[in-house]
Design a protein around this ligand. Sequence first.
Ligand code: DC
Length: 223
Amino acid sequence: MNVSTPVVITIDGPSGSGKGTLSQMLARHLGYHLLDSGALYRLVALAAMKQGIDLGDESAVSQVAAGLDVIFSLENNKSAQILLNGMEVTEAIRQEAVSMGASQVAAYPGVRNALLERQRAFAAEPGLVADGRDMGTTVFPNAQTKLFLTASAEARAERRYKQLCAKGESVDMAELVRDIRERDERDSNRTISPLKPAKDAVIIDSTTMAIDEVFARMLAAIH
Ligand code: DC
């Protein structure tokens, strides 16, 4: 039995809750490792799509998850570069088609089981910030601090709208709200590891909060 396990802080919540940015800020602040578990589901979807595998074929997609050849590299302290079979896919996994594919393959027990140990292996000294949907409930049930970040669908859509406009992309606000609701619905209602706060999670609703305020609340919950 290993009695001394590294500190793990889990941050779960729906798409657009600011988890990604806040997890990165927290990992940098504490000098901890970072697990972006959503990237793993995105990588499974992208790898399957590249191999021409039907995303509806659970057994074939689960095999892809089990054999995923991925490297997360940190360069000059900048955000991680992600390599799939040696090819840079950092941007590619953020495409809308991959987001939808990730949400589909994340509902497969075979995929989730294949990724479980790979995620647990990220727990290392001096500590880990784990970002996802089921970090506090399934992957790290014994984590020292569990946070659950949420915000209304409208607030999350508005943040996404601003991000996309800043990139010069034209977007329809009503469509964004609809997409976010659709993804929430799928992530929350799947039978395996649905999106929900752990019983011992601190819930932070950021609908009316600025990012610095959310970060301060997170630090207060940790200390
Ligand atoms: O956080 P994200 O948008 O990168 O996640 C992509 C998809 O993966 C999303 O539909 C939810 C799913 N996911 C999951 O089921 N479990 C996790 N721990 C992380 C993400």
